[in-house]
Design a protein around this ligand. Structure first.
Ligand code: GDP
Length: 593
């Protein structure tokens, strides 16, 4: 029983000293003093767990209760992504594994330099020897704990992995130059990290520069929803200088802290599952791949299948070029012994033997070839409603690109009003500028639709959207944009078609064919006429018929198409009242929205 004097405080699983002080409405100093009495030296922004917080709370006359419901909810949300490779494992088989970290940020803000600084300051610890190799990822040891870094900076690699269904990283370090602040790619990186639901740690870089302005950058970060801890937010922000290797240790400590909270685990005692970080063809060793082991342990001699590629691990090398016999969870290794070079994001699985590996790989190749002749499954505004009805979609993910910031706000505000509690409009990313490949990749990875306002689509982005089946829509009237999304949500979107003329032919003779009626002997003036064409018959200014081709013949042969400069016989469906001099216009309908 809680007596009348005891106040109840609801405490989450982890919280900072400051948060605990706020919850109990006491001074953080008092909490720090209590913790010191218990032998713990902490600062105001440090995280403590529920048990520690509960002891402090009871010392200070509070009854602590766990924020169980909320914790459960958060866990549920995190599982599908973070723990995709350990679903089905018994909890007792799982042990902590090192975090996998990706470095994101605007160009020239120092991502590469920071990766070099981290590696340089931490190779030594007990693992000296070997020469640094660039294999796409490396592992360091800090305070006796491992951390893996993906060393292809930028969100392209990370999102490419996600687009293929692999969880690229557990934590994103967002590099922001203190002399340049939040820039377009910074915002893009934030959108990518949020879409992947990975925690973001800000590395405020270049603090050595005389024109560095950390406070301004913190304000800009707050404006994009990343309020730093010292301003009462939840975002960890570590000022660093990659150039002078300043504060790198503190950054690593925070990475370890976040990783502990995330409670990353894997089962090392099972056959490995991993993700390809990069692939290459080595002149002497043949196809090779850097694999990040995500669950289980990968060993030399294991039979593996990676998509349609199979093999047996002949040799494994770590990021120092040293041979290793086995790779536990979160360890990146370069492997040889594959039938071909895999792509980043492909999933590696260990199977019983090489024969099984080959069978699976071949079956997948056959299935892909079969699928190639079927139209690709696309995610468009039109079929959104059907998928929603079938319970497959509960949110509509959108990426918005507009010409100027001023147009984005009204669009976003109106779009957000459209959803309801059963179907939410979720704006993953908004920005100014053209629609680029990066937008398409984010759309693929998150099954989103890309909406442009007064912008164009880069040719490369257009190609990617077509091959990946991403719906990209460009508007120049806000009302029309909102209306289309609204209709899609209500399942009312009517496709719009436009007529595209493909050729003209002139009627030069009219024949009567028994049992068929009259057919026209025509000369194709330009373009072509095909058996599937829709047609209009023009007589002078007038259109006297609209319909489709019923028969198309060259001499007595049925043909599929007749090009400009050739003669042919044309029969039309439900029309035979031809006259010499009529012009037959062939066209097809093309979907425009
Ligand atoms: P990336 O494009 O984000 O990978 O940026 P880089 O790592 O290539 O760095 C861009 C430029 O900024 C290079 O000229 C670096 O030397 C410089 N740079 C990176 N970090 C720092 C830093 O902490 N301080 C200073 N003064 N310059 C830095």
């Amino acid at each position: 029983m809680v007596d009348e004097q005891t106040k109840v405080v609801i405490i989450p699983e982890f919280l900072t000293v400051r948060q605990l002080a706020n919850l109990m409405d006491v001074s953080p100093i008092d909490i720090i003093k209590e913790l010191m009495n218990a032998g713990l030296m902490v600062n105001i922004n440090q995280q403590i767990d529920f048990d520690t917080a509960a002891i402090v709370a009871s010392e200070m006359g509070f009854e602590a209760q766990p924020e169980a419901a909320l914790a459960e909810e958060e866990e549920e949300e995190a599982i599908p992504v973070k723990q995709q490779f350990i679903a089905g494992e018994a909890p007792e088989d799982l042990v902590p594994r090192p975090p996998v970290v990706t470095i994101l940020g605007h160009v020239d803000h120092g991502k590469t330099k920071l990766l070099d600084a981290i590696r340089h300051t931490n190779v030594a610890e007990g693992e000296a020897g070997g020469i640094t190799q660039h294999i796409g990822a490396y592992q360091i040891t800090h305070q006796g704990k491992h951390i893996t870094f993906l060393d292809t900076p930028g969100h392209e690699a990370f999102t490419a992995m996600r687009a293929r269904g692999a969880q690229g990283a557990d934590i994103a370090v967002l590099v922001v130059a203190a002399d340049d602040g939040v820039q377009p790619q910074t915002k893009e990186a934030i959108a990518h990290a949020r879409a992947a639901r990975v925690p973001i740690i800000v590395a405020l870089n270049k603090i050595d520069k005389p024109n560095a302005n950390p406070d301004l950058v913190k304000q800009q970060l707050a404006d994009v929803g990343l309020t730093v801890e010292e301003w009462g937010g939840e975002t960890i922000c570590v000022p660093v200088s990659a150039k002078y290797e300043t504060n790198i240790d503190e950054l690593l400590e925070n990475i370890l802290l976040v990783s502990e909270v995330a409670d990353l685990r894997a089962n090392p005692n099972r056959p490995a599952v991993g993700t390809v970080v990069e692939g290459k063809l080595d002149k002497s060793k043949g196809p090779m791949a850097t694999v990040l082991v995500q669950n289980g342990t990968l060993r030399v001699g294991d039979a593996v299948v990676i998509g349609e590629i199979y093999g047996r691990v002949r040799a494994m090398f770590n990021d120092r070029g040293q041979r290793v016999e086995e790779a536990p969870p979160s360890m990146p290794v370069l492997i040889s012994g594959l039938s071909d070079v895999p792509a980043a994001g492909d999933i590696l699985e260990v199977v019983e033997n090489e024969r099984t590996a080959r069978l699976i790989a071949n079956k997948r190749a056959a299935e892909r070839q079969e699928a190639a002749v079927r139209p690709k499954e696309v995610f468009t505004l039109d079929d959104l409603y059907n998928q929603f009805q079938a319970g497959q979609v509960k949110e509509l993910n959108l990426i918005i690109k507009a010409d100027v910031q001023g147009s984005i706000e009204p669009i976003v505000t109106s779009l957000q009003k459209l959803g309801d509690e059963s179907l939410q409009v979720n704006i993953l990313h908004q920005g100014t500028g053209h629609i680029t490949e990066s937008d398409i990749m984010l759309a693929v990875a998150s099954r989103a639709i890309v909406i442009g306002f007064n912008v164009t689509v880069d040719p490369a982005a257009r190609r990617m959207a077509e091959s990946e089946g991403v719906d990209v829509r460009v508007y120049d009237i806000i009302y029309k944009l909102i209306d289309d999304v609204d209709k899609a949500l209500k399942g009312l979107l009517e496709p719009v078609y436009e007529d595209v003329t493909i050729g003209h032919a002139e009627v030069r003779a009219v024949f009567r064919v028994p049992n068929v009626g009259k057919v026209a002997g025509v000369y194709v003036l330009d373009g072509e006429i095909t058996r599937n064409s829709l047609v209009r018959v023009h007589r002078g200014e007038e259109v006297i018929y609209e319909g489709q081709v019923a028969s198309l013949k060259r001499f007595t042969e049925d043909v599929k198409e007749v090009k400009a400069g050739f003669e042919c016989g044309v029969g039309l469906a439900n029309f035979d009242d031809f006259e010499e001099g009529d012009i037959i216009e062939a066209y097809r309908k093309e979907r425009v929205s």
